[in-house]
Design a protein around this ligand. Structure first.
Ligand code: BTN
Length: 321
């Protein structure tokens, strides 16, 4: 921990009290001028620090930012998010993840407060204003490349569980949209870099509409999307949600690697609102309509068409009819 973080820790521990510049400088063994510089840099990050001559400094407010120092504090993971690259604005965390993946350790996370080129599934854009949670996790699993899409479902189960703990009845629409009252609040984009039979890395990108005013979304998104702000009737703690997600993701990722995908599917089915529904599935090649009757061992949706025949799709856009 550097002196800046140590100052923050000391102020946090005594937030109803002033801590004198002298005490900070003694405890950290740095000059009073350096204490002032670190306080200024914390203020630049959004921390509200009051200073009164003769009394010292007092922490009055935390920034509503997904700062690595905040996320790593009390983060209960072994490797996911132990390294975080943070940006106020990015084109897309998925693009940044791809750029840095080769030199990054397993579990590295890329976070942006805002994306100007956010990417969704099936070539769609992902609208990413301030207030959302946009992150990509770089993973280096020893799995066959054609199993990588399964990580999308790992992520979906982790998000659904976090939202359930927040008291929100979240459901998963196949393959991986997280819905609240049939409106989308989160999506996952999984991208892979692989040789014939070796995965170099997988980047799992998730976007959660957290503190987003629905009126600020483009009209088409406004009809289909919702946000935690809207559903919970108030601002949510994005740092806590990010921490809980990274923890759940690590746990389900371990389940996936050690116990197998069938265990993930078991949880996925519990949260899914697609099975038993009449659906339309649109892929690049065809559109099918019928009843979603199950999900197979690989995560493919099993659809019984109106003529009684049974079809499977491993990817596509699903509409609940
Ligand atoms: C979807 O279409 O449902 C997937 C949306 C995925 C959005 C996330 S936000 C973080 C990461 N960076 C991106 O550009 N996309 C993903």
């Amino acid at each position: 921990m550097g002196p800046r973080e140590q100052i923050l820790e000391l102020l946090k521990g005594r937030s109803d009290d002033f801590v004198s510049g002298e005490e900070l400088s003694e405890q950290l063994d740095v000059s009073r001028t350096m204490v002032w510089k670190h306080v200024t840099s914390l203020r630049d990050c959004g921390y509200i620090i009051e200073s009164i001559t003769g009394k010292g400094y007092r922490l009055k407010g935390l920034p509503d930012l997904l700062l690595p120092s905040e996320i790593k504090r009390d983060l209960k993971t072994e490797f996911i998010g132990q390294q975080i690259h943070y940006f106020d604005e990015l084109d897309s965390t998925s693009v940044k993840a791809r750029e840095i993946a080769a030199d990054s350790p397993d579990g590295t996370v890329v976070i942006a407060e805002k994306q100007v080129g956010g990417r969704g599934r099936m070539g769609k854009a992902w609208y990413s204003p301030h207030g959302g949670i946009y992150l990509s996790i770089i993973l280096k699993p020893e799995i066959p490349p054609d199993h990588a899409h399964r990580l999308t479902l790992v992520s979906g189960v982790a998000v659904a569980e976090v939202l359930k703990e927040l008291g929100v009845a979240a459901e998963i629409k196949w393959p991986n949209d997280i819905l609240i009252n049939e409106k989308k609040v989160c999506g996952t984009l999984t991208e892979i870099d692989a040789e014939m039979d070796v995965v170099n890395y997988v980047a799992v990108g998730i976007g959660i509409d957290a503190n987003i005013e629905l009126e600020t979304l483009p009209p088409i998104a406004m009809l289909q999307a919702t946000s935690l702000l809207e559903e919970m009737g108030g601002v949510v703690d994005r740092v806590a949600i990010t921490q809980r997600f990274l923890e759940r993701f690590e746990r389900y990722y371990a389940t996936f690697m050690d116990a197998g995908f069938s265990q993930i599917l078991r949880h996925w089915r519990e949260y899914s609102s697609t099975i038993g529904r009449r659906v339309k599935i649109v892929t690049k090649f065809r559109t099918i309509v019928g009843e979603a009757v199950g999900i197979d061992h690989d995560g493919a949706l099993i659809v019984e068409l109106d003529d009684g025949s049974v079809e499977k799709e491993i990817t596509g856009t699903c509409f609940h009819l």
